[in-house]
Design a protein around this ligand. Sequence first.
Ligand SMILES: [Cu+2]
Length: 323
Amino acid sequence: MVARSSEVRPSAVRHSASPGVGGRRGRGAGRLAGLGLGGVALLVLLTGCDVGQTFDGFGWPQGGISPESKRMYDLWIASCIAALAVGVFVWGLIFWCVVRYRKRGNALPVQTRYNMPMEFLYTIAPILIVSVLFYYTAIVQTDVDKLSKNPDVTVEVVAFKWNWQFNYRDGQGTEAGTTASTLGTSEVIPVLVLPTNRSIRFEETSRDVIHSFWVPELLFKRDVMPGKIRNVFEVSSLDAEGAYVGRCAELCGSYHAFMNFELRVVSPEKYDQFLAAKQDGKSTQDALSAIGEEPYATTTQPFDTRRTQDNFNPDDVPARTGS
Ligand SMILES: [Cu+2]
């Protein structure tokens, strides 16, 4: 006959009251596991290695170029380490129980129902873990979504089927004026030139359907909505000069995959010269050449759209002139 689980057999009580060979062996295994974990932790700390980089970012893209992207990356790495710590603890308990309480006869082990400290622990611990994760997520999210009153640069991102226009603005909101503009065409990838070490505000609007502005190195994308909704976000700085491909990340129609652009991050001095050249009436390509930059996008190239001349390209716009 099978005993009810609430019954406590005398043999089980005796077993737990006087630890025998199995108990000593269990303690030995626990010590070994602890030593192993401690060794790994020491190795990581003493070698000073970047935990995220060592484990390939735990699946999160690396190489962010804005402080916001680094904060999101750090949150992910910290969350993964916390999850791993909990996982290792739980796996350890499972394996310990499997070994320590493996079947040795028909006697049931000590039953621990209504063990208040244990029930309290596994009710409170998950709530605490979720609260801490929520707290740090809210902090980072608020930080990433934060808008300043007077950003150094404001650029209006205009998406349309199927390309981009970037307007450099003299203020914020729809009332502000455009001081210079870059328009992408089927032949020329639009290059968005922005400076390092300055805060940048992106104001998005779409001429037709929902698109999404995405530069992978910002580790960030935001939908570009048509109509009155003007999505706005900021980066407090761009920290690395270079060319970065940008994409539309919202399936917006037949030529969605062709909506590439390039973000070109240059020094603030070069940026000022570029803007002045644009305001003098130069094309984006001429203005880029004037500051010693590659005139055309280097990270992506125009796709063969297979569109006919009279469908999309008016006769008066010569190929590869840019704007
Ligand atoms: Cu799109």
